[in-house]
Design a protein around this ligand. Structure first.
Ligand code: FES
Length: 150
């Protein structure tokens, strides 16, 4: 994000501690994630430590600290999905892309996230890729599922 983008976002705020959450939201809307540079600039603007900002941001699962991939894979780890093997899908994606939860593949095609219940437990285990929901997923079918997004 350019300096002018930050200036534009920051101009909407007073520069007080209670601005942290709405500022994080605006930055993530614009950039897709919360970069180290964004936290550093917020820290200067709000005159609080970067640790305080990370402390607030990391409390909420909605904030991401890694650049998103072109396609977003979300593996549900809610109770129903966990019981039906969601963990194995997660491990399979991690192995396939050489990434951990929250990271992006080296080629930038995919990022991997773990989420709690998506509200469609009868389809457990559930994987979401971008806006597409896949239910009753099997580890053996994940590679085929990804082909559409290559
Ligand atoms: S637990 Fe996965 S959709 Fe509800």
């Amino acid at each position: 994000m350019k300096e002018t983008d930050y200036d534009k976002i920051f101009s909407r705020f007073k520069g007080v501690e209670s601005d942290i959450i709405p500022m994080l939201l605006r930055i993530q809307e614009k950039e897709g994630y919360i970069s180290e540079e964004a936290v550093m600039r917020m820290s200067r603007f709000l005159r609080i430590s970067e640790n305080q900002i990370y402390g607030v941001a990391s409390f909420y699962s909605r904030y991401r600290f890694n650049k998103p991939g072109r396609n977003s894979i979300k593996v549900c780890m809610g109770t129903a999905c966990h019981v039906h093997g969601g963990k194995f899908s997660c491990e399979a994606f991690e192995w396939q892309f050489g990434v951990k939860i929250g990271e992006r593949s080296d080629d930038g095609k995919f990022d991997l996230q773990q989420v709690n219940c998506m509200g469609c437990c009868t389809l457990a285990p559930v994987v979401q890729i971008n806006e597409d929901i896949y239910g009753h997923t099997l580890v053996t079918g994940l590679k085929e599922m990804l082909r559409k997004y290559e």
